[in-house]
Design a protein around this ligand. Structure first.
Ligand code: FES
Ligand SMILES: [Fe+2]
Length: 429
């Protein structure tokens, strides 16, 4: 299968093909998706040593704003201090271990534990303890503080790392900022903000977004909207991506004459006329690139940092271990896959949609966050199709009749993810 090479352009995300690492071709054990002991190793050796997204910067825009995020069995409190700097802490009171904030966010001058009213300032210092003369071991004020975590900001998000000796975020991210900064994620508005409780392992969900081999099976409608054979896959030190042409049909479908409805709709949305492309379906992608740029200019949306292909194509990035992003010029689908605290067969799927807004306009507030059980809320046809399928993949992987993943070349981002994962977890066998 021949991967399409992208032509380098003077603006936009770099498109150079990365050298292919040697990853072997063995079966990837299903045990990694279903076993509690592997889950435990993942937690001890990987989740506690990687940079993770804690929240969107718009969740803590002003001094005193705070929010919480859950990862595995830990809860993390993220706070913007009076100095404007964001910090993160284990969300636990140093008195008797109560959670300081139960969930969600708010604004406060100080952090007060609801149990016995111990009070911390926004830098985590314990500043007030009721009846402090009653402690035989001495007043804990100025002796105890919240346990802080390394924290940094990039790409419109606050990141934290449970490992106190971690490398800087920028080193961890490698090529990611250079590749994604042209999209200006930090300037986009969040228009959807939900969490789904999915009945599968977090990796089962990551895998479903990191390959397009399943499009012909699960998303047949998309065969008219993406060229699933001409993908460029790049595997970096930890992270990976594919670049895939959208608004152009798969080489597997026949589009000799009429414009498929999905492409006609793209043209109409961008101010084009589908009739002009009868018999010229393969010209639509290039035409849309120009039409969308024009429409952006008319609407005050600046696409000048993106190359032409980015106006139509999916630049799909995986930031190890748990962020998958479909980056389009006109919207970004942001998915964060979080492990369940105890069950390898369950996970949390955070979905956000970002949209660029006209220059000089004020960002709308972030939508209120909502959580749903598997199947309770529609994320649109395509993700719903994945969502229906994933519990069946997870159940199959638990079967005694299944050994592991036998994967093809177009699925090699999965193999790369496992290589990175095992570089943390280590192979005990
Ligand atoms: S547990 Fe927080 S004040 Fe007692
Ligand atoms: Fe899918």
């Amino acid at each position: 299968m021949v991967a399409a090479a992208r032509v380098s352009q003077s603006v936009g995300t770099p498109v150079e093909k990365a050298p292919e690492p040697e990853l072997g071709n063995g079966i990837i054990p299903a045990e990694r998706y279903v076993s509690r002991s592997f889950m435990q190793k993942e937690w001890e050796r990987m989740w506690t040593r990687v940079w993770l997204i804690g929240c969107h910067v718009d969740e803590v825009p002003e001094p005193g704003d705070y929010t919480t995020t859950e990862i595995g069995d830990e809860s993390i409190l993220i706070v913007r201090g009076h100095d404007g700097v964001v910090g993160s802490f284990y969300n636990v009171c140093q008195h008797r271990g109560n959670q300081l904030k139960f969930s969600g966010g708010g604004t406060a001058d100080t952090i007060v534990c609801a149990y016995h009213l111990w009070e911390y300032d926004l830098s985590g210092r314990l500043i007030h303890v009721p009846d402090s003369e009653d402690f035989p071991s001495g007043c804990p004020v100025d002796r105890l503080s919240l346990k802080a975590l390394p924290t940094d900001v990039w790409g419109g998000h606050v990141w934290f790392n449970i490992d106190p000796d971690c490398e800087p975020l920028r080193d961890y991210l490698g090529i990611i900022p250079e590749h994604l900064d042209p999209y200006r994620l930090e300037d986009m508005a969040v228009v959807l903000n939900v969490t789904m409780e999915w009945d599968c392992n977090w990796k089962t969900a990551v895998d479903a977004f990191n390959e397009v081999y399943h499009v012909q099976g699960i998303h047949p409608e998309l065969m008219y909207d993406m060229d699933d054979l001409s993908i460029q896959i790049d595997l970096y030190e930890r992270h990976n991506r594919y670049l895939i042409a959208w608004t152009t049909p798969s080489q597997k479908v026949d589009v000799t004459d009429a414009v498929p409805p999905i492409l006609a709709q793209h043209l109409v949305n961008a101010g084009g006329n589908p009739e002009d492309y009868r018999g010229k379906v393969l010209d639509i992608r290039k035409a849309l690139q120009q039409l969308r740029r024009q429409r952006g200019e008319e609407n005050g949306i600046d696409f000048s940092r993106l190359n032409d292909d980015q106006m139509t194509d999916d630049y799909h990035y995986f930031i190890f271990p748990n962020v998958t992003m479909n980056l389009f010029a006109e919207h970004v689908l942001f998915f964060r896959q979080r492990p369940h605290e105890s069950d390898p067969n369950r996970m949390y799927f955070d979905v956000r949609i970002f949209k660029p807004i006209p220059e000089g306009t004020k960002k709308p507030p972030m939508p209120e966050h909502a959580t749903y059980k598997h199947g309770e809320f529609s994320l649109g046809l395509v993700v719903d199709q994945d969502s229906v399928n994933l519990p069946h993949v997870q159940k199959g992987m638990r079967s005694r009749g299944y050994e592991g993943l036998w994967i093809c070349d177009r699925e090699r981002r999965l193999r790369h993810m496992h290589a990175t994962l095992m570089s943390y977890v280590g192979d005990d066998e």
